[in-house]
Design a protein around this ligand. Structure first.
Ligand SMILES: *Cc1c(COP(=O)(O)O)cnc(C)c1O
Length: 364
């Protein structure tokens, strides 16, 4: 039996007719940049997930850039973040000339450790970029308490966690702002690039809206040096259709994760810990194994696709060599990177495929 790590085709075939009809309507109306489809999506996203307002953007990286500007980060400022993430979580910090300060992660959830944040705060610290990695919410109460005490601006990178909750609140609504990605492989993926920005502060939303389109409150008046971070009309139309399915897809991801958790019996494997405070949306199902390369080769022979996400933590990437983090400086992140392997997890997997993955891991 073959179990691909990820196959986007079944999901897109199932909604093909509806999507192509919507695209035709957008095409005929020439609503190519922002416009009604994007506005409809922004309203539906806010209502479905529980945000006062949403700004659609052209990627998940652009809202992280805007978040740094809204937080007032700049040269000389330190912004604390996690090394165990996709690179662009850190890009927003670097784009504005601030310095990312990498701290270690919790060994059980693989999200940033609040205790490690507390140890890294200096008079130069301006903010924190939290990542809800693999769909698992980070420990926001402890993080927000530190932020309040030290007057720090908190960005939640929710690219992998759309629909996840922390103590009943949607991720993205707890910090000062939240960012999302609709890259095709994400839990809510477009057919191309896309992202979104949310904030509980109306003034932050207004500033982000201004920056999204050329810092321009009025045509040909530019009150700030802005960007072109507009979402395409086509992506808005597609995401509108896909958003209606998100709850069902998330429920299926949770069911598959529960099957993995119940079925994986090895004592040499560390499974993701599910904390009491939150509800993961299982962007990845990742486990740790001391011989993960051998495990991967075994799974490959059994027709099971896997990925290593992420093989190199950000504090050890060549682009941040000048920051001077030695090997072993953030041991939990480094050990997690060295031993992690992600199993197939997407809503269209059949129970038989999930069972085959479980049997294959157990037989290693
Ligand atoms: C995907 C991702 C992003 C960036 O999103 P793009 O849409 O690819 O720009 C940012 N942060 C994390 C954690 C991601 O997984």
């Amino acid at each position: 039996m073959k179990v691909p790590f990820l196959d986007l085709k079944p999901q897109h075939q199932a909604i093909r007719t509806e999507v192509l009809a919507a695209l035709a309507a957008t095409y005929d109306a020439t609503r190519f940049c922002l416009g009604k489809d994007v506005e409809d999506f922004e309203k539906a996203f806010s209502a479905t997930l529980g945000f006062p307002r949403t700004l659609g953007m052209n990627s998940g990286t652009s809202p992280l850039h805007i978040a740094s500007l809204c937080g007032g980060f700049g040269p000389g400022d330190e912004v604390i973040t996690t090394p165990f993430t996709f690179a662009s979580s850190c890009w927003g910090i670097s784009y504005v000339g601030a310095t990312p300060v990498f701290v270690d992660i919790d060994p059980d959830t693989w999200c940033i450790s609040p205790e490690a944040i507390a140890r890294a705060i200096t008079p130069k610290t301006k903010g924190i970029v939290v990542v809800h990695i693999f769909g698992q919410p980070a420990r926001m109460d402890e993080i927000m308490a530190l932020a309040k005490q030290h007057k720090l601006f908190v960005v939640e990178d929710c690219a992998q966690a759309v629909g996840a909750c922390y103590k009943g609140a949607p991720v993205g609504s707890i910090g000062d702002c939240g960012t999302f990605s609709f890259y095709p492989t994400k839990n809510l993926g477009g057919c191309g690039e896309g992202g979104a920005f949310v904030s509980k502060h109306a003034a932050v939303m207004d500033q982000a809206q201004l920056l999204r389109v050329h810092g321009s409150p009025k045509r040909y008046t530019h009150t700030e040096v802005g960007f072109n971070f507009r979402m395409d009309g086509f992506q808005g139309a597609i995401l509108n259709i896909k958003l209606k399915q998100l709850a069902g897809w998330t429920a299926r991801r949770r069911a598959i994760a529960a099957m993995y958790r119940a079925g994986l019996k090895r004592t040499d494997v560390q499974l993701p810990v599910v904390p009491m405070y939150g509800e993961s949306v299982w962007h990845q199902f990742t486990l740790l194994h001391p011989k993960r390369d051998d495990l991967r080769a075994h799974l490959d022979k059994n027709g099971v696709g896997t990925e290593i996400i992420y093989p190199g933590p950000m504090h050890r990437q060549p682009c941040y060599a000048s920051l001077g983090y030695a090997a072993g400086s953030l041991p939990v992140a480094e050990k997690t990177s060295a031993t992690c392997v992600s199993l197939p997890l997407f809503p269209e997997l059949t129970d038989e495929q999930v069972d085959h993955v479980i049997q294959s891991v157990n037989a290693f």
